[in-house]
Design a protein around this ligand. Structure first.
Ligand code: ADP
Ligand code: TRP
Length: 338
């Protein structure tokens, strides 16, 4: 048994990962692999509330494997797997749903937003926080690196785990959210939170040309070149700060305040700063993205590792609640993938 703390996080296969995902979740999560056991997964069952095409689900899942591989995830020491390859997760989700008050779920931001916009709401969307709690609790996770928008989901996970423990006795590990304050919410090209649902993203892996084009589209105010400008309220500058040294930030901030600097200039500098960080991984990304066999092999090997932990926890949970223990032994992961 490992004594290292376990870090876990999930990301939905809902499109090309963007720089908000990278700064808010992917980069901090990958940094944690130095000191923690890292379990990261593709939240493909969560994506089912919106992705209804098998081919799209498969391809978008591969985007994430290639992304984590290119950025240096160590699959030998850690695990990167599909949520749907671990059936114990949905089993635990049912059990947790039976100790989760409806009122808790009715307070979820995502649910309230959808209802506020008169969107059609399915039960999967309503129960989303319960499945997410199961994702986290099934691996005895200690830490969960996420962007700030996931804070409420983590609080709900803790509430649900405590509620289970109150009913059945100490069973589940209570996890903690790891939210980097300075990267909490990255703005998109229109200034709102960068999100696939707003179509305002800067892509993580695209060609340099596409990245530059996206950076040039970042919305600014209409001040002229001569005008004195405020770096604090400028979206371009906010993004720039995440990729530039402190010295470069100070230098550009002074140029904003002095006047005589056009937004085109800081956009070019921002593109160059992002590109300097991302470009070294680009080729590796495109290479592994083409290698389906390699990606499947990573997923199968990781799922086997994750499933072992999940079964152990599930046995503990089943025992506490009065169900058969050890019934699932014998099922092997990845039998259809060969
Ligand atoms: P999207 O909003 O584009 O659908 P996801 O919900 O799939 O993104 O988010 C995946 C991970 O990336 C989560 O941990 C989330 O907190 C983080 N994240 C997403 N957008 C941002 C952002 N603009 N700033 C910081 N973190 C973000
Ligand atoms: N809800 C997260 C998101 O929208 C994705 C996710 C699903 C997740 N299960 C998780 C994140 C478990 C951390 C831990 O981004």
């Amino acid at each position: 048994m490992t004594t290292m703390r376990r870090t876990l996080s999930g990301i939905k296969p809902t499109g090309q990962p963007h720089l908000g995902n990278y700064l808010g979740m992917i980069k901090p999560a990958l940094a944690l692999q130095q000191t923690r056991e890292a379990f990261y997964f593709i939240a493909d069952f969560h994506a089912l509330t919106t992705v209804r095409d098998a081919e799209v689900m498969r391809e978008q899942s591969y985007e994430l494997v290639a992304t984590f591989a290119a950025l240096g995830m160590d699959f030998e020491r850690h695990a990167f797997f599909r949520q749907s390859d671990i059936p114990e997760v949905t089993e635990l989700a049912w059990m947790l749903s039976c100790v989760t008050p409806m009122g808790l779920l009715e307070r979820a931001h995502a649910f309230k937003d959808a209802r506020g916009r008169n969107q059609e709401i399915n039960h999967g969307l309503f129960a989303y926080p319960v499945l997410m709690a199961a994702d986290i609790l099934i691996y005895d996770s200690h830490e969960v690196p996420v962007g700030r928008d996931q804070k409420q989901h983590l609080e709900m996970t803790r509430d649900i785990a405590q509620s289970f423990n109150r009913v059945f006795g100490e069973t589940l590990v209570i996890p903690e959210a790891v939210i980097g304050e300075e990267v909490a919410t990255i703005p998109g090209i229109d200034g709102r939170k960068m999100s696939k649902s707003y179509g305002n993203e800067l892509p993580l892996f695209s060609t340099g040309k596409q990245l530059r084009k996206a950076v040039m589209r970042i919305v600014t105010d209409s001040k002229t070149v001569e005008d004195v400008k405020d770096p604090e309220t400028c979206n371009v500058f906010k993004i720039f700060t995440h990729f530039a040294s402190k010295a470069a930030q100070n230098e550009w901030a002074a140029r904003y305040r002095a006047g005589g600097m056009g937004y085109g200039e800081i956009k070019q500098a921002t593109f160059e700063a992002i590109d300097a960080e991302i470009a070294p991984f680009r080729e590796g990304y495109f290479e592994i993205r083409r290698d389906t066999a390699r990606m499947e092999q990573i997923l199968a090997q990781s799922a086997a590792k994750a499933r072992k932990i999940a079964r152990g926890v599930m046995d503990r949970v089943r025992e506490k609640a009065g169900y058969t223990v050890g019934y699932s032994v014998g099922y092997s992961v990845g039998t259809t993938a060969g």
